[in-house]
Design a protein around this ligand. Structure first.
Ligand SMILES: Cc1ncc(COP(=O)(O)O)c(C=O)c1O
Length: 392
């Protein structure tokens, strides 16, 4: 596994960096700036404010949101972060920042379903085109690149099937063709993987997952080292399309981030224990988790990640829908619900309710179960799975 050399640095970023108590009457907790505008003594100051980088209007910038953005940028080894009202708003901004009508997007097949849907929306309604491939085979990727390919959309590890792709290899192919790369890094959080180090151009987090971590915030953020992309993400897309993160949400996320490293590691402990338990259970056909030696891309996991998150996919050894539903409904500690990365463990069947025609190759896995391990403790989670498996 990649050595987590940044731990000490990350812990200081999470606890102190960019908080600047001397600016806020010595408060170690930065205030939530509950204002939508800033006022100026002179009109000349107001008019030159944008050029001077001053805060003017909440959609363009807010001091609390700014602290969050600077913390995330530092954690991701990036220069710039721009926060949005949701992960989906962040993805949409990234596509609009990198692409224009006539461009072609390559999207990983196993990316979160709404991400595939959004790429499809741009392809069908806004004059772009899209190809969906696993992105595992670099030759296939090379063959799929077109003269007008502007963006490759990745999610690695992908949140249900835990597919891991070669970030450096993909970034090299993209750059050779003049295209940009984007990754959804929500599964890893910046603790487990820093994709900019491998040449990826834009890193997105749904703040609603590990970074927010308490099931109380919706938000998203994109980080980049590319000045031109940053200009598009902030000055053009967030300013003109909107979708800015609320100041209260930013404050809640900053508070949550104090414990990000500990939460991710606890989730990792639980995820590894649950994956190991299920992997040897006779009623389980397949477990998808990066900690298992059977994961086909251990080489990339060792190169790219400093650990494992607590979200995994499981296929029970049955093709009977009612049996899988009974298993899910019998769980008591894992509750049925959307999302993941929070304190409470959750179960859902992410493909079960999707329209059959949207699933394509994924149709064969329609009964896959997704388990998100929270902080109830590995023993409690394993015991819960044991009693639910005994009922089917
Ligand atoms: C992997 C992944 N990426 C992105 C999103 C979208 O983020 P948000 O819900 O913050 O818009 C989700 C939502 O569940 C997700 O699971």
């Amino acid at each position: 596994m990649l050595e987590y050399k940044d731990r000490n640095r990350d812990l200081l970023i999470l606890q102190h960096e960019h908080d600047e108590p001397n600016k806020y009457l010595g408060s170690p907790v930065p205030p939530v700036f509950m204002n939508s505008i800033h006022v100026f003594d002179k009109l000349e100051q107001f008019e030159s404010s944008e050029k001077d980088g001053a805060f003017v209007y909440g959609r363009n910038g807010n001091p609390t949101v700014d602290i969050l953005e600077r913390k995330i940028a530092s954690l991701e080894h990036g220069k710039y972060s721009v926060a949005y009202s949701s992960g989906m708003a962040a993805l949409t901004a990234a596509i609009m920042a990198a692409c224009k009508a006539g461009d072609h997007i390559i999207c990983m097949t196993e990316a979160y379903s709404s991400i595939r849907d959004t790429v499809n929306l741009f392809a069908t309604r806004f004059g772009m085109s899209a190809s969906y491939i696993t992105c595992s085979d670099l030759q296939e990727l090379e063959d799929t690149m077109q003269d007008n390919t502007a963006l490759i959309v990745l999610e690695s590890p992908a949140s249900t099937f835990l597919r891991v792709v070669d970030l450096e290899g993909i970034a090299n192919i993209a750059h050779k063709h003049g295209a940009k790369t984007y990754i959804d890094n929500s599964w890893s959080s910046p603790i487990l993987q820093k994709p900019l180090d491998f040449g990826i151009d834009m890193v997105m987090h749904s703040l609603s997952k590990y970074i927010g971590g308490h099931s109380d915030v919706i938000g998203g953020v994109v980080t980049t080292n590319d000045k031109e992309l940053h200009h598009m993400l902030l000055d053009i897309i967030r300013d003109q399309v909107g979708g800015c993160l609320g100041h209260m949400e930013a404050w809640l996320v900053i508070r949550s981030m104090r414990t990000l490293e500990m939460r991710v590691r606890e989730s990792e402990r639980a995820g590894i224990a649950v994956a190991k338990y299920l992997d040897s259970h006779p009623k389980v056909r397949k477990v998808y988790h990066t900690s298992l030696p059977t994961h086909p891309r251990q080489d990339l996991i060792q190169k790219q990640q400093t650990g494992h998150a607590g979200l995994l996919g499981v296929t029970l050894d049955t093709d009977d829908e009612q049996t899988v539903l009974k298993f899910c409904n019998s769980l008591e500690v894992f509750r049925r619900g959307a999302a993941w990365g929070s304190f409470g463990s959750l179960v859902q069947m992410p493909l079960h309710h999707l329209p059959i025609e949207s699933l394509g190759d994924l149709l064969k896995d329609r009964l896959i179960v997704r388990l998100a391990c929270g902080f109830e403790g590995a023993d409690n989670l394993v015991a819960d799975l044991e009693q639910a498996l005994a009922k089917i």
